[in-house]
Design a protein around this ligand. Structure first.
Ligand code: NAP
Length: 232
């Protein structure tokens, strides 16, 4: 018997085996959840499919989260296949490298729009589509970072996106709570992933965290997976 037996989890943002989304996927799958995966683009398919096969998942759908049509399509396919969603995981973020380097004051209008669209608005777009499928209540979660609260070197426009994501989380929780849908954000410490590699000075953040965090180590994919399981 697993804690997630009979539950369906739709997960956005698995790029490769290092992705936080993959850590969450594995933990939910270990506990018996049926997994549906969505990945960003064709380039990722060859990395995501083999991972999906490892857990016997054959629902693997592409979706660029800036496209309402593509989001509609993924949710329609989930409805057709499973009829419901119990858990929705948003593990998606993007900013142009140029907008993470240099000075914060130089962030461009287009770079701001892109980062906020992919990394924050997409949570609203997903929640709106998940709500009618969460017929037995549910759990929606995303990934945030402490740089939304305190200035961190080079986190820049992504910090603004995370601040938006956290506020979106509160407003969605208020909207969807009466239907038994919980909305939370997990603030993960730095973990070496593809997205993290785009943050200038990331290795320094990792080293510093290992020095000053209470356990004197960074969090792992497994730590985040366990937190996600609790929220699910
Ligand atoms: P990751 O493996 O690179 O995952 C990020 C995912 O976002 C990738 O699958 C990426 O696909 C996807 N994505 C980007 N643009 C997209 C789009 N337009 N449509 C759909 N998907 C898109 O990195 P990660 O670190 O696990 O990131 C997962 C989440 O954790 C993010 O929200 C990140 O900000 C957050 N987080 C990370 C850390 C950390 O230190 N790693 C700490 C706290 C929070 P592509 O590769 O194709 O762009």
């Amino acid at each position: 018997m697993g804690l997630m037996d009979g539950k369906v989890a739709l997960i956005f943002g698995v790029a490769n085996k290092n992705s936080i989304g993959w850590g969450i996927t594995q933990r939910l799958h270990d506990e018996g959840a049926t997994i549906a995966l969505s990945y960003a683009g064709e380039a990722l398919e060859k990395r995501v499919r083999p991972l999906a096969e490892q857990i016997g998942c054959d629902f693997v759908e592409p979706c660029d989260v800036t496209s309402d049509e593509q989001l509609d399509e993924v949710f329609a396919k989930v409805k057709e296949r499973f009829g419901k969603i119990d858990v929705l995981v948003h593990a998606v973020a993007f900013a142009n490298r140029d907008d993470l380097d240099g000075r914060f004051v130089d962030v461009t209008r287009d770079g701001f729009k892109l980062a906020l669209d992919i990394s924050a608005y997409s949570l609203i777009a997903m929640a709106k589509r998940a709500e009618p499928l969460m017929t037995e209540g549910g759990s929606i979660m995303s990934l945030t970072y402490y740089a939304a609260e305190k200035v961190m070197p080079k986190y820049h426009v992504m910090a603004v996106a995370k601040a938006a994501l956290e506020t979106i989380t509160r407003y969605l929780a208020n909207d969807l709570g009466p239907k038994g849908i919980r909305v939370n954000a997990i603030s993960a410490g730095p973990i070496k992933t593809l997205a993290a590699a785009g943050v200038p000075g990331f290795r320094m953040m990792l080293k510093y965290t290992e020095k000053v965090s209470p356990l004197r180590r960074s969090v792992t994919q497994e730590d985040v997976g366990n937190t996600a399981l609790y929220l699910a």
